[in-house]
Design a binder for this molecule. Structure first.
Ligand code: KG4
Ligand code: ZN
Length: 366
């Protein structure tokens, strides 16, 4: 299909959708396949600007990857192929809808594991093409960044701490497509460290499982200093902590269950301390608009952690910032956030070309 033809389709859809947007309830199907979750969801706009989650289906591929000690990109792509259409069918069935009822179809087009991104985005484009619906390309990080606005009436601008398995960044968020990066990890993300240490401890389930294990652990048994504490930037570093905990586990061999609990509790506290230290610096370094708005949104999988939430919330209280965290089910990868951002874009007539390329890397910042 020529680029000119797909551009024509996109233009036609824009006009059609802009006209329709004011008339009836808009329903967006979202598709997420950028890592090891195969997800589809329907989000609807009830007309008064209030969005409702109509369905939210997630197939976690965790068991397919467990024996390899991490996500295997090719296996992930193949499992997305096997499971995506049943997941989409279930999302539509749970919402009691058919393809014809949808206003548009949105899919994550990056950043992420490219095999999975190709599967999800091509499925969405194909469904859009066959059913004559607009297609909307979504940046996975933007979806994490915006999903809080589905559950809370948050105005722009706000400061965002995005903490997931693949990313760890401070961004100033000015609109659904306007971001300024002010700090980032120099090496590993916080989620990677949770995942790596969980694997070394032979605990399946990554950060969420470590959080449970930490409930009966002593967070003060081992002490590690905060990475980059002396630097006046909100750049972060977690690889030192990862190595320190790996060496600690080696020293403690053979580990009792209580040792594992204590290690999990100390790791969680060390990561929380590092994030609090850098968030404090981000408050001071942020632009005047952010300093005035005084709103912090924390999102991404690691934002599901209760100790991290509590510690960041009490820092916010000290600095007069209002913290927002997405509901737990919307912190880790899901398609609701894709459908929600798709809905926002759709209402603005921001429709994508069917030739939109899948992107393994896709920065949010200008
Ligand atoms: O946002 P996400 O689902 O995927 C990426 O976009 O990367 O984040 C996944 C990360 C994993 O590293 C996982 O271990 C971590 O979020 N995570 C947690 C918790 N739940 C998920 N880390 C700490 N505590 C949790 N409760
Ligand atoms: Zn994610």
């Amino acid at each position: 299909m020529g680029r000119r033809y797909t551009s024509y389709l996109s233009r036609r859809f824009s006009l059609y959708t802009l006209r329709k947007a004011t008339l009836s309830q808009e329903l967006l199907l979202g598709i997420e396949t950028s890592c090891d979750e195969t997800a589809a969801a329907v989000v609807g706009d009830c007309g008064s600007g209030i969005a409702r989650i109509k369905s939210n289906i997630i197939y976690s591929q965790r068991s397919e990857h467990t024996e390899y000690g991490g996500v295997v990109p090719e296996i992930a792509a193949r499992v997305h192929i096997d499971t995506l259409f049943p997941v989409i069918e279930q999302a539509l069935a749970n919402a009691n809808l058919s393809m014809a009822d949808l206003s548009a179809i949105a899919a994550t087009c990056g950043p992420g594991l490219i095999g999975g991104v190709i599967v999800g985005s091509l499925a969405a484009k194909t469904l859009a093409f066959i059913n004559k619906k607009p297609f909307i390309a979504i940046n996975h990080l933007a979806a994490h960044a915006q999903v809080c606005r589905l559950s809370d009436p948050i105005e722009f601008p706000y400061l965002l701490l995005l903490i997931s398995g693949g990313h760890c960044q401070f961004l100033e968020v000015f609109d659904i497509d306007k971001y300024k990066l002010i700090g980032s990890t120099l090496d590993d993300s916080a989620g990677e460290v949770f995942d790596k240490i969980a694997r070394i401890l032979q605990i399946t389930g990554g950060g969420a499982a470590l959080e449970k294990l930490a409930l009966d652990g002593d967070p003060l048994r081992f002490h590690f200093s905060i990475p980059l504490k002396d630097r006046d930037t909100c750049d972060m570093s977690f690889s030192g902590l990862k190595t320190a905990f790996r060496l600690l586990i080696q020293r403690l061999q053979p580990l009792s269950w209580q040792d594992k609990r204590d290690v999990a509790a100390c790791l969680q506290k060390s990561i929380a301390n590092a994030l609090v230290d850098k968030t404090q610096k981000a408050f001071l370094m942020a632009s005047q608009e952010i300093q005035q708005a005084k709103v912090l949104v924390v999102s991404g999988g690691v934002a599901a952690n209760h100790i991290i939430r509590l510690d960041i919330a009490s820092l916010c209280e000290k600095y007069g910032f209002t913290p927002f965290f997405p509901p737990l089910s919307l912190c880790t990868d899901n398609a609701v956030m894709v459908a929600w951002l798709g809905l926002e874009k759709f209402k603005r007539g921001d429709i994508s070309d069917l030739a939109f390329p899948p992107r393994p890397k896709w920065s949010l910042s200008w």
